[in-house]
Structures are given as C-alpha cells and as structure tokens.
Design a protein around this ligand. Structure first.
Ligand code: ACO
Length: 325
C-alpha cells in the first residue's frame, strides 16, 4: 500500500527548566521592584534561572525527553533545528551541541535566530523539509538562557524573562500541520534588540561594550496585539476552520495582558489560552514548546484536537501554525 505523505505531525514533546526558582519577592530584595508591579503588569510571579545549566545542556535534556515521549531513537533523527538567540557559542551552533550530546550522528543540524518566534519558525522549516520528502524525522527545539543577556540593573526588562528549553519530535505523516503563517518587519528591529560583539579590530578605535537587551515595551505590546490575531485568523482561514474548532491557542508567553487582548480580539474565551508565564516568565523561543510539553504531560491534548501555536517577538518576527494533534 502506498501511503501519501502530505504533511508532518508532532509525535512527542519534552522540556527542561533550571532548578533555581526566582520569585518576584526574591527580585525585590536586590532591586527596586515588587511582586505587585511585576505580577500586576505582566502576570509573572516567578521564573527559573540557570546556575550550572547551559542552553545546550537544557536543550539536550529536553530533546531526550521528547524522543522518549515520541518513542524514537537518536539514530532515527534526520534533522535538528534549534530556535535560539542565546546559544552558548557563536559557533558551534546549539544544534551541533545537541547532536553530539544525544548521538544523532546522521542528523543535519542548524540554529534559527527568530527570537520569540524561534520555535515556530523552526517548526515551519522542519515541516517544509518533511513535507518535501527530504527528511522523515526532525527534532525541533526552542531554548534560551536569557538571563545572560539581561541588564540586571534595568528593572524594566530583567524581571520579565526566564531560562529553559522545549523540544518536539516531528515526523512526516498524512495529518498534522494544517496551515501556517509567518512574517517579519525588519524596519522595527530596534524596538527589541540586543547587540552582538562590536568591531574591535586593530584598525578601528572602539570601546568594548557588552550590550544587553533593550526594549520599547509599549511598541512591542502594540505590535503583538495587532499582528497575532491577524496571523491566527490567516491560519484558520487557510484551513477553513473557525476559532470554535480550536481546542487551545498556545501563544508565546510574553505578558498576560497581550494574551488577554489577543483572546478578546479573536472573541475567544481566555480559558482556551493556557499559561506558563506565571511560573516561568518569558523564555523567548522556549515559551511555546515548554508550554506545549506541559499541556501534553497533563493530558490536555487528545488525538484529533486542533491547536494553534503562535510566536511573536524581536526582529520583529511572528508566526502561527495550525496543528491537528
Ligand atoms: N518594578 C517597578 N517599577 C518598574 C519596573 C519594575 N520592574 N519596571 C519599570 N518600572 C517603572 C518605570 O520606571 C516607570 O516609572 P515612572 O513612571 O516613574 O517613570 C513605570 O514603572 C512605568 O514604566 P513603563 O515602562 O512605562 O511600564 P509599562 O506600563 O509600559 O509596562 C511592560 C512595562 C509590562 C513591559 C509593558 O510595556 C508591556 O506589557 N509590554 C509588552 C511587551 C512585553 O511584554 N515584552 C516582553 C518581551 S517581548 C516579547 O517577548 C515579544
């Protein structure tokens, strides 16, 4: 019997977050902030921060858990894509480190830099390979150690973020990803930015600056609440579905007020928007796959359920994927 392969399916998930819990009250002991301010404006109550863990070590553990959940071995992995902006090295990529750690020797591997859309972009890229029949099984990750690019003297940004990694095993199949949308607006890049190393060769005179994340929070908010509902509507329209057909909207966990506004604009109950930002903060590319794994572990996802994954953030970038579980 010839099986027509037309799409790709998420067949397993896994995640790893660091052991160290840092509450809003912990932060208020080292900077001028409060649980009231942070929780009231963002919904975040605590986050995990690395001590010994690295982007690669968290990714490798999330990958092992996803492979176990999917029932696949490292030898079966053809492709590893990691969405991250906080790899441990400029090179090798986090994906190379993961490949070595899990022993997926034959896999083609690379990272994608799309900030908080990183996992969704990686998933769409893997889907394109699988859908084209080039590879059969992919490991897709979103992982960040954001605490190392935060200015810990800037209370307006450092309280928002956390560290962690999430992974999904994706396999070519007849059902699964139903539609996707992605986009970017590079002209607004400086709204949420973190500069890399500056030119410091012997022929220029530059002070060495170690730059950290800077953000215009209100601009990010406006971008998110206007772009995300449109992106979600696009994937629904393409699949001829409505919001009522969707069990859950798994959004990037930036801020509870963004999620509430997206729910309102789509006229969907907030109950369909699961939350992890209260206990994990914003983990950029890690947010969506970690939340997806939490839902999977809790048994919230039944075969045939339709869910929308949506990432948005620096770049600016955004992307949504409609998935049949
Ligand atoms: N604790 C106490 N006070 C603070 C803190 C803090 N951690 N941070 C800032 N403040 C103060 C400011 O100094 C300012 O004080 P002032 O009025 O005396 O000058 C006041 O709070 C208001 O500051 P704003 O920056 O104007 O705060 P705003 O109301 O915009 O809230 C927030 C900031 C929560 C980030 C908001 O802009 C927002 O929701 N943005 C959405 C974007 C977002 O969530 N980004 C996260 C990462 S991006 C992404 O993942 C896509």
């Amino acid at each position: 019997m010839v099986i027509a392969i037309m799409t790709s399916r998420i067949i397993g998930t896994g995640s790893f977050v660091p052991e160290t819990v840092v509450t809003n009250d912990d932060l208020s002991k080292i900077m001028d902030t409060s649980d009231e301010w942070i929780a009231g404006r963002t919904g975040i109550r605590e986050r995990r921060l690395v001590k010994e863990e690295t982007t690669a070590s968290m990714s490798a553990e999330a990958a092992r858990r996803a492979m176990q959940n999917a029932g696949v071995t490292a030898e079966e992995i053809d492709l590893i894509i990691v969405g991250t902006i906080t790899g441990d090295y400029v090179t090798p990529s986090t994906a190379c480190e993961v490949q070595a750690a899990i022993g997926a020797d034959k896999a083609v591997v690379f990272d994608i830099n799309a900030a908080c859309s990183g996992f969704v972009f990686a998933l769409i890229t893997a889907h394109a390979y699988l859908n084209a029949g080039i590879y059969k099984t992919a490991l897709v990750l979103g992982a960040e150690t954001l605490s190392k690019i935060m200015d810990w003297n800037d209370r307006s940004t450092c309280v928002l973020f956390g560290d962690g990694a999430g992974a999904a095993v994706v396999r070519a199949d007849e059902t699964g990803i139903m539609s996707f949308d992605q986009g970017a607006d590079g002209s607004k890049g400086m709204v949420l930015a973190c500069r890399n190393r500056v030119n410091n060769n012997p022929f220029v005179k530059n002070d060495i600056v170690h730059d950290y994340v800077s953000m215009d929070g209100q601009e990010v908010y406006k971008f998110a609440v206007s772009t995300v509902p449109k992106s979600i509507q696009k994937v629904l329209d393409e699949a001829n579905l409505t919001t009522e057909d969707i069990s859950y909207f798994v959004l990037h966990q930036a801020n509870i007020r963004i999620i509430q506004s997206v729910a309102k604009r789509l006229k969907v109950s907030e109950d369909k928007f699961p939350i992890s930002l209260d206990h994990l903060g914003n983990i950029s590319a890690g947010s969506v796959p970690i939340l997806l794994d939490e839902m999977n572990q809790k048994g919230m996802l039944q075969k045939g359920d339709k869910i929308v994954l949506s990432g948005f953030g620096a770049g600016l970038t955004w992307g949504s994927v409609l998935v049949e579980w």
